[in-house]
Design a protein around this ligand. Structure first.
Ligand SMILES: [Zn+2]
Length: 217
């Protein structure tokens, strides 16, 4: 049955990361969802009055992880060893996987492998209670923001790969509006708190300008 090896038939790529009900982070998540519904993204991403920046970034990072997980999950059947032998975002950008911890020397690999490494790594960070404490009164570690920045920087690459290599399939699936809304929210969020360096965003710079220009009216 070796022909099945390496194929990914399940639609949900990684289990959804849940924020437990009854916690303050759950309330924050509800608040974020409600303000998003208002349609003003610039306003929706702002730190709610009196809230802790770390906690706000944590809740939103979990949300973006879930969104990207779901979006990529809809196109996994098109993102294969054959179609995407290298992890790229257009002809100018290629990514090699390293997490700086267990994998120090960057590995050149296919997009599905890279994204699997990336999402597994991100999930491990989100599940680490010392890094992403979900209980009230447990403080965030000093390096929290810098870790969140690294997670968001890497999650961006999945958007970049989807836009550059799989946009026709996204359109075919009718997921285009969903992808654009999710990415726009992501960009507004990272811009609000300067979480990703401009050069890291270069593969989608034109799109970012287009998406954010409309809002400036
Ligand atoms: Zn691909």
């Amino acid at each position: 049955m070796s022909f099945l090896f390496g194929s990914r038939s399940n639609k949900t790529f990684k289990p959804k990361k849940n924020i437990p009900e009854g916690t303050h982070q759950y309330d924050l998540m509800r608040h974020a969802a409600a303000t998003l519904g208002s349609g003003n993204l610039r306003l929706a991403v702002m730190l709610p009055e009196g809230e802790d920046l770390n906690e706000w970034v944590a809740v939103n990072t979990v949300d973006f992880f879930n969104q990207i997980n779901m979006l990529y999950g809809t196109i996994t059947e098109f993102c294969t060893e054959e179609s995407c032998a290298v992890m790229s975002a257009g002809p100018k950008y290629e990514y090699h996987w390293a997490d700086g911890h267990t994998v120090k020397k960057p590995i050149k690999c296919s997009a599905p492998k890279y994204i699997d490494y990336l999402m597994t790594w991100a999930q491990d960070q989100l599940d680490d209670e010392t890094l992403f404490p979900s209980k009230i009164g447990v403080p965030f570690p000093k390096n929290f923001l810098s870790m969140a920045k690294t997670i968001l920087k890497r999650l961006f690459r999945v958007y970049a790969h989807i836009y550059h290599q799989h946009f026709p399939e996204v359109v075919q699936l009718g997921e285009e509006a969903h992808l654009n809304t999710s990415f726009k929210h992501f960009i507004f969020f990272v811009q609000e708190f300067s979480l990703i360096e401009r050069r890291e965003l270069a593969p989608l710079q034109e799109l970012i300008e287009k998406l954010t220009a409309k809002e400036a009216r």
